[in-house]
Design a protein. Structure first.
Lengths: 666, 322, 194
């Protein structure tokens, strides 16, 4: 090892660190006690990440001929790149800088100032010992594949696809349902403009379907993802539609003639029917139907086959098999959306027991002119118009018994329902709320409009929705029992129909999907973004981006914005053509390798190959992510990590324990 | 199956029918009860209004005595209020060391000690539903209660708030329904089955109390129940003894008898009515029970259901997705 | 509970007092005033203040107004509020705390439910002296003193109960009554904060 000349920089981070750790003392201690270990200069400064702070490092490297740098500050997640850049601009290899986190791992988690200061000293001592073993490393440059995968064909996914495709790049879109469109295709009108949802969505859907740069996989799911940013290999499992897509004309005779009616609990929210062979709605993209095996008479009993007989182009093919298609992409955008809170979890709201209690999605289908009642707002008997309607906010949201968070869209949605009910039926409408949340553009104006239209607002979280009448006027009605908190009185309001604004929840399989792509979910179940304020569309896994409700409840404008943002980020990557990978990875010392192959199967990235001829394993540097599993597993200790070698770790431990000081000459 | 047993003050006299019927069905169902020797009153909903630590110490004396029983720390209470008090204190003493220390300090004056976490308290209904089980119960039925329309009334404290564990759904419980079904009765699913009977409200404000009872009776009557079945002496007392007062105050004409679920289990098991305390109720149950001798074709569908017109929209199903 | 509540150096408020005298993590400070409790309460329509209103008053420090209210005395301990509260506040336990406070400081006398405490204390008097409750004694003592008209109304029911053998004519005393008295005596000296 060359003689180390180490610069130590202790950041105050304002009062974040300095408020607990005596940074001046720590810096002085380092310059005195670690002098024998190679520390040539030690400084403390208010904000090391500032340009002045970085200049300090650059100047010192030149002036003091430093060949190693230790910065004691915040977490490397935040500023490792910053200090490496500073080091590099001074002409020193950036990997000769080590960051020691005395904020997240010291000042932010301790209150005992003396103990925290001593801990900072030990941590810096550890960093100094470690950095002595750092070696100059060069990042690996890998090309970025220009194709992108978008998972989820709702509005966020569609927006991302169109941005990428219109920019001339190839995009694959994978959607689980038979058609793209997502939840937005189910809605009737959208707030606050009251645009017809399908009217604004379908042009985008058509563009996606027709676009030469888009390869659309519907009725499909991703089942395997391998690789790393710029180079993903993805397996798409395409379920058999039993319809030959290249000859189907979308004429719909098969659907019309199919004798098997099934309750459509996906698109029609359980309120309407479809056939066993079906397209979910008239404007479906692609327009080819799908046969639902579980309900098809042919698949269940071997008879019927009416669709096959009647198809004018002979496009029905019962022998069709599922397919697995492997694609190569450089980046992946996930936009799989949300599921609705199951209102049966709140028995006192009466859903599924009282016929005329509807969920928000059920009501959307009810009021949609293409829905099961042709747009007539009626009770569950399919005929009677309600005279009074109660709309319940916050069902399953803002509630520690169910979901703690606010679902962001239900207040506006409830106001929209109030407007639609009044418009269609002239009924008396009550909205029961805790707060009215109308933050975005034109939202509060919409609230005022609904007030003008005569909706009655009662501030109180609904306690019960019941049919247990107490007196004459309540017989045969549904009674909403609530405290009118602004009056301070308990009230019972008899209504004909109740609409529950149920909250948004992560998809039931969100955790499994996240795991597939190597990202994580929060305790509430939403996918975790890289930074909630400054980077909501990236994740901690490079190359995987997120958009839409998968990241958290949001309205359509926000989903569109996120879809476009994710696409822009990806386009930036594609444009750079290559990406620099962290050189922190494992290497096998072939002379020590005994060929036991224990490491081969342990690698989560399938990055280790085995050379049969020489009976040794080798790590593929492009695939290796430097996780360290093989390093720990190797019984011979033949694998070491660049940037994370055994010597570095052992030295750091010695430094932490201050054993290095005892080694000093007296 | 052995359990420690805490009958509570009501079961000694006012609700003796509950105690008697419980004992009558225990042996055939394979249950052995070991009554706590010299137990004291649990304080009902009264002591906690006066002094917290005294109230907790009062209850804890019973827990300490139960700890001395050789029954794996399982204590059963048939009365919902006793059950709530015992399970609440057992839970809170386990959760809070400082509270447990204070209570044990008081118990020490009586040379007693309670080890937090050592007693699990169960309501009698829980034991019959979970430990005996519906299948075993059905096997013991010799006289199915076919033709009897039963309104299962849970009251509040057995299902809410769930201190040591949640037994059954706090809003819409079904365990008692299932038990009555297993006995062959027709169970009426009336919405107010887990609403409060008012407890001691009859002594605080008669009009408020009677209104609460009227609502329950009206709901049971709307669903044409022959009998209300209950699992708490307070509920039984309120619905039974005050029914005449309700009728007088509101000019209604309710005559719905209220029996304990153990009495009905006993009848279904063929035990003679006199051995089950039948006849102790103020609103006579015998006319309703006489129905069982008669073969009445049980209406499997509730007549209140309207016929669905062709245009009607499908209803969501009750079974929850997991 | 919560000796951990109020970590700031400010003086303890009425709300702190209520929280500290209620066992468990009762979370009263988290009330968002949604009204679920007031909406669920079976006797809520007859209370002077709904539970929610009372909590707002507690937060505002309106001590006397709160302790004079008939609200806690009308609580039937049905636990609907506790079960449904979206902030998991132990509302029923808070009601018991308010009853104890109102009783201790005498404010109950100014509430419209001023006889309610007498029912509880009469009940407890028997428990403390016999170890068991005694309904006939309770009914006669309480009604005679506080609600003689009520006695007339209850007479019919009372006779019915006696005829069916559902009421004891004399109280039962447990064997360990002295043990119980010693325990309760000590407990009462230990103070109300938990």
């Amino acid at each position: 090892m060359i003689e180390p000349r180490i610069g130590v920089y202790v950041c105050h981070c304002g009062t974040n660190i300095a408020g607990v750790v005596d940074v001046a003392e720590v810096s002085k201690w380092a310059s005195e006690h670690l002098k024998g270990r190679g520390v040539v200069i030690s400084r403390d400064y208010k904000f090391m990440c500032s340009s002045l702070g970085q200049e300090l490092i650059e100047k010192d490297i030149k002036e003091y001929r430093l060949n190693r740098v230790v910065v004691a500050a915040c977490s490397p997640h935040l500023h490792e790149a910053t200090f490496r850049t500073a080091t590099k601009s001074a002409g020193l290899n950036p990997y000769l800088t080590e960051m020691v986190s005395i904020r997240e791992q010291d000042s932010w988690v301790h209150t005992d100032k003396i103990a925290a200061t001593n801990k900072a000293k030990a941590m810096i001592s550890g960093g100094v010992e470690r950095v002595r073993y750092h070696e100059p490393l060069e990042p690996l440059h890998v090309p970025i594949h220009p194709a992108t995968l978008v998972v989820g064909g709702g509005i966020a996914g569609i927006q991302a696809v169109l941005e990428l495709a219109d920019a001339g790049q190839k995009v694959y879109l994978v959607e689980r349902e038979p058609s793209i469109g997502g939840h937005m295709a189910q809605f009737d009108k959208t707030f606050p403009t009251l645009d017809c949802s399908a009217c604004i969505l379908t042009p985008k859907m058509v563009s996606v379907g027709k676009h030469p740069n888009v390869e659309l996989f519907t009725w499909s799911e991703v089942t395997n993802v391998e690789g790393y940013v710029g180079n993903f290999t993805v397996n798409i499992h395409k379920k058999a539609r039993f319809v030959k897509e290249d000859i189907c004309t979308g004429c719909s005779i098969c659907q019309e003639k199919c004798p098997k009616k099934v309750i459509d609990d996906v698109f029609e929210a359980g309120l309407g029917y479809r056939k066993a062979v079906y397209t979910p709605f008239a404007q479906a993209i692609p327009n080819y139907p799908v046969i639902d095996k579980e309900n098809c008479t042919y698949f269940q009993k071997g008879t019927c086959r009416a669709c096959e007989k009647l198809c004018p182009t002979k496009a029905i093919d019962f022998t069709q098999e599922d397919q697995d298609i492997s694609i190569q992409v450089g980046n992946i955008i996930l936009a799989t959306g949300y599921d609705l809170f199951d209102s049966r979890r709140i028995p006192q709201y009466g859903y599924a027991r009282l016929a005329n209690v509807f969920t928000s999605l059920e009501f959307e289908r009810l009021s949609n002119s293409a829905g099961p009642t042709g747009g007539k707002v009626v009770l569950r008997d399919g005929v009677t118009e309600p005279k009074t309607v109660g709309i319940v906010h916050c069902v399953g949201s803002r509630d520690k018994n169910y979901n703690n968070y606010c679902s962001a869209i239900c207040c506006m949605q409830s106001l929209k329902f109030a407007h639609l009910v009044e418009e269609r039926t002239g009924a008396e409408v009550y909205n029961f709320y805790i707060d009215i949340r109308t933050p975005a553009k034109d939202y509060d104006e919409f609230y005022q409009r609904v007030l003008e239209e005569g909706t009655i607002f009662i501030r109180g979280k609904v306690a019960e929705v019941t049919d247990a009448a107490r007196m004459a006027g309540e017989e045969g009605k549904i009674i909403i029992q609530v405290e009118d908190t602004l009056m301070g009185k308990q009230r019972r309001i008899p209504v004909d129909m109740v609409i529950l604004s149920a909250g948004l929840e992560p998809r039931r399989d969100a955790k499994a999907v996240a795991k597939l792509f190597g990202i994580s979910c929060s305790s509430a179940g939403w996918v975790i973004e890289k930074h909630p304020k400054l980077d909501p569309i990236a994740t901690m896994t490079d190359g995987i981006f997120i958009a839409g409700c998968m990241q958290g409840p949001k309205d359509i404008p926000a989903s569109v914005a996120q879809g476009a943002a994710a696409a822009a980020r990806v386009l930036g990557r594609i444009q750079q053509k290559e990406i620099a990978l962290e050189p922190i990875r494992a290497t096998v010392n072939e002379t020590q390798c005994s060929g036991c192959r224990i490491c081969n199967n342990m690698c989560p990235y399938n990055a280790i190959l085995f050379h049969e001829d020489r009976a040794v394993s080798e790590v593929n540097p492009a695939l290796c992510q430097g996780c360290g599993t093989c390093i720990a597993a190797c019984p011979a200790g033949a694998i070491s990590g660049t940037g994370f070698s055994n010597e570095q770790v052992m030295a750091q431990i010695e430094g932490l324990l201050l054993l290095n000081l005892e080694a000093e000459p007296a | 199956m052995k359990y420690g047993y805490y009958p509570g003050c009501s079961l000694e006299r006012n609700a003796a029918a509950y105690n008697v019927s419980t004992m009558a069905i225990a042996e055939p169902l394979g249950i052995e009860f070991n009554e706590i020797d010299d137990w004291n009153c649990c304080g009902a909903t009264e002591y906690t209004s006066i002094d917290l630590l005294a109230a907790y110490a009062l209850i804890a004396r019973n827990l300490a005595l139960a700890e001395q029983l050789p029954d794996n720390g399982k204590l059963v209470a048939p009365c919902s209020a006793c059950f709530l008090n015992l399970t609440k204190v057992a839970h809170q003493l386990e959760e809070e060391e400082t509270l447990a220390d204070k209570v044990n300090l008081a118990l020490a004056e009586g040379k007693l000690h309670y080890t937090p976490g050592s007693i699990q308290v169960y309501h009698l209904l829980e034991v019959i539903f979970n430990d005996v089980g519906l299948d075993n119960l059905a096997k013991k039925v010799v006289k199915p209660l076919k033709g009897l329309r039963i309104a299962p009334y849970y009251g509040c404290m057995i299902v809410r708030p769930g201190y040591q564990r949640t037994f059954d759904n706090p809003e819409h419980p079904t365990s008692l329904d299932s038990i009555m079904n297993a006995l062959g009765a027709f169970v009426v699913d009336f919405p107010m089955k887990a609403n409060c009977c008012g407890g001691h409200m009859t002594q605080i404000s008669q009009p408020v109390a009677l209104e609460m009872l009227r609502r329950l009776l009206k709901n049971a009557a709307d669903y044409r129940a022959d009998i209300i079945v209950t699992l708490c002496p307070m509920c039984q007392l309120n619905l039974d003894a005050y029914q005449e007062n309700v009728n007088a105050y509101f000019k209604t004409d309710y005559h719905i008898p209220t029996l304990y679920f153990t009495q009905l289990i006993g009848i279904a098991m063929g035990i003679p009515a006199e051995q089950l305390g039948i006849g102790k109720e103020l609103v006579d149950a015998r006319p309703a029970l006489a129905k069982i001798g008669i073969e009445v074709p049980s209406e499997e569908s509730v007549p209140e259901k309207k016929k669905h017109p062709k245009e009607s929209l499908p209803m969501p199903t009750m079974s929850k997705e997991d | 509970m919560s000796s951990t509540h109020n970590t700031s150096p400010r003086a303890p408020t009425f709300m702190d007092e209520v929280i500290n005298h209620t066992p468990g993590d009762n979370r009263l400070a988290n009330c968002i005033q949604c009204g679920t409790c007031g909406g669920s309460c079976p006797s809520g329509a007859d209370m002077e203040h709904t539970p929610r209103a009372l909590f707002q008053m507690i937060k505002g420090g309106f001590r006397e107004m709160v302790l004079r209210s008939n609200t806690p005395w009308y609580c039937v301990s049905c636990y609907y509020c506790t079960s449904r509260c979206p902030q998991n506040i132990h509302i029923t336990d808070v009601m018991y705390t308010l009853k104890r406070m109102a009783l201790k400081e005498g404010y109950y006398r100014e509430s419209s439910a001023s006889e309610a405490p007498a029912f509880s204390s009469t009940f407890i008097d028997y428990v403390e002296n016999y170890g068991r409750s005694f309904e006939l004694g309770l009914a006669t003592r309480y009604l005679l003193r506080y609600n003689p008209m009520g006695m007339v109304q209850m007479a019919g029911m009372g006779m019915g109960m006696l005829r069916r053998g559902r009421m004891d004519l004399i109280p039962t005393r447990i064997k360990g009554i002295n043990q119980l008295k010693a325990i309760l005596g000590k407990a009462k000296t230990l103070g109300g904060e938990v």
